[in-house]
Design a protein around this ligand. Structure first.
Ligand SMILES: Cc1cc2nc3c(=O)[nH]c(=O)nc-3n(C[C@H](O)[C@H](O)[C@H](O)COP(=O)(O)OP(=O)(O)OC[C@H]3O[C@@H](n4cnc5c(N)ncnc54)[C@H](O)[C@@H]3O)c2cc1C
Length: 486
């Protein structure tokens, strides 16, 4: 990778424009459309022969609401408020979340939904009330997994905010990205495909004023009069970067993304003086539902002890499992609720027995540990309470119908889906910050190239990557377009 090229070393500029967008996934297409709408000339580089990135592969569930509700929430008579949504997101991402960024997101989320609909993405006016990772019913609104669970239900009133394209199921990314990419030509964005960003051009005063791209196997220099926006996605496909930053996951996870998730934008941003933050954070998916009935099961670690309420979102569970000894965890379940998890057909049944003691012994758990855990849980579940982890009464029932089973959800066996959350430190408006947290003139980032809202706390929250990438992508596009011309 070329990395940083001094302006005075550029042999010639092959193209001049206002804003250069690097990577045409969810963040990049949003940057490009918004920068054009703000009046800037835009060149968009995409490494592959077509845009889409990981966003195209995704279900494109977007977590949106606040401000009295999105148009979809309002049409369904669902009340929402910004305060409630901020409280929920701050609970998801913890005390060290970036509150200013969360508030900026919530302020813009309802308008962002209007923008998505205005681009032509169809959303059906119907709510899926069940518990699933992605509603497969065609409905466009759902709870995303944590809202009705402790401690979220204590700090925010549960409101469904997962917005899904109509009838798309897991194919939402195709709908969203085909729609947005289809707008580029009409909007007048100059798209360069098969064009890989290799380097950034820097003036002596530190300002970024262009890029070097590899096109037809030759370097091409593009001058950016107003700004360069890095939107090349995360780094889950980069072996070295994952070994450096998420070593314990790198060797066992299933890499969830597209081959371009090489961290190019993050590395170039750092080379230009930016700082990569929260690089050890990742989405870890332990999908213990659907079917929803598995939520009645009990999770225990290798000590036979519970460590979480089982009615949470799958990535909150994933984060918790990754904290257990040797990343091992098991679901204890009875005959009444037993089923194979839809997304983890490779789970192994470790032990089966007519009594809890038999299961415990066959699994090699410490004597009495599982028996104690199940006896305690069942005693209170019969009264509809969970004194330890406050699982909702909806999912509480004594596990008493033999045979009983212990099913292995240990991460080395499961090889859970992972994608990265760390990236460049930026302002909510996209400016890339240096170590003193001062903007590097001319340089912006969005999507998983930047460190967005999902960064800290006990696990990622569903719908927050694409919503963050596209909403903050639009902000970065506008900000770059509004910079004075050099
Ligand atoms: C199967 C799956 C399902 C998911 N479901 C959801 C979901 O429902 N909701 C949610 O919020 N998140 C979901 N995610 C996560 C989410 O899709 C991604 O985190 C997010 O879309 C990343 O967006 P992005 O714009 O940053 O990157 P991308 O969409 O990956 O775009 C990056 C683009 O940059 C290009 N590029 C890379 N390097 C270069 C370079 N050097 N030069 C030029 N171009 C380059 C790539 O080719 C790509 O087109 C899912 C992920 C997967 C894999």
């Amino acid at each position: 990778m070329t990395e940083i090229v001094a302006l005075h070393d550029v042999p010639e500029f092959h193209e001049q424009t206002d804003v250069v967008v690097c990577g045409l996934g969810g963040a990049g297409v949003s940057v490009a459309l918004e920068a054009r709408a703000t009046g800037a000339e835009v060149v968009a580089l995409e490494r592959f022969s077509a845009g889409g990135g990981s966003t195209m592969l995704s279900a494109c569930e977007m977590y949106l609401g606040g401000s009295g509700g999105t148009r979809l929430q309002r049409d369904l008579g669902i009340e929402d408020s910004s305060e409630n949504m901020v409280n929920y997101l701050m609970t998801c991402f913890g005390e060290h979340a970036d509150r200013a960024r969360v508030e900026a997101f919530v302020d813009g989320a309802a308008e962002h939904f209007d923008w998505l609909e205005a681009q032509g993405i169809p959303y059906r006016r119907s709510l899926f009330e069940g518990r699933d990772v992605v509603a497969l019913t065609g409905d466009s609104l759902q709870f995303t997994g944590n809202e009705r669970a402790w401690p979220f239900d204590q700090r925010a009133t549960p409101v469904p905010r997962g917005h899904l394209p109509e009838d798309a199921g897991h194919e939402g990314g195709m709908v969203v990205m085909n729609t947005l990419l289809g707008k580029l030509e009409g909007a007048g964005v100059n798209c360069w495909y098969d064009s890989r960003l290799l380097g950034l051009i820097q003036e002596d005063n530190g300002r970024i004023c262009g890029v070097v791209a590899k096109v037809d196997n030759a370097p091409r220099y593009v001058l950016a009069r107003r700004g360069v926006v890095l939107t090349t996605g995360g780094f889950i496909m980069n072996e070295r970067m994952t070994q450096q930053n998420i070593p314990e996951l790198a060797s066992i996870c299933t890499r969830h993304g597209n081959p371009g998730d090489q961290g190019d934008g993050i590395r170039l941003g750092v080379a230009a003086g930016g700082v990569a933050i929260h690089m050890g954070q990742a989405f870890v998916g332990v999908a213990h539902y659907p079917p929803a009935q598995l939520t009645y099961g009990l999770f225990v670690n290798a000590q036979g002890q519970r460590f979480i309420n089982e009615d949470v979102y799958l990535s909150r569970l994933g984060a918790a499992v990754s904290q257990q000894t040797d990343m091992r965890a098991f679901m204890f379940i009875d005959n009444r609720y037993f089923a194979r998890p839809d997304y983890h057909q490779t789970t192994e049944i470790v032990a089966v027995g007519e009594t809890v003691a038999e299961v415990e012994e066959e699994a090699g758990l410490p004597p009495g540990s599982l028996q104690h855990t199940v006896e305690y849980y069942n005693r209170y579940a019969a009264e509809g309470v969970d004194p330890l982890f406050h699982k909702s009464p909806t999912w509480l029932a004594p596990l008493i119908e033999p045979p009983f089973a212990l099913v292995d959800y240990s991460l080395p066996l499961l090889q859970p889906a992972c994608f990265t959350l760390g990236g460049l430190d930026t302002l909510p408006t996209g400016e890339v910050l240096n170590a003193e947290r001062e903007p590097i003139p001319g340089l912006f980032a969005a999507g998983r190239t930047a460190c967005g809202i999902p960064r800290t706390g006990a696990g990622y929250a569903s719908g927050m990557s694409v919503a963050d990438a596209t909403l903050f992508g639009r902000k970065a596009g506008r900000q770059a377009a509004l910079q004075p011309q050099r």
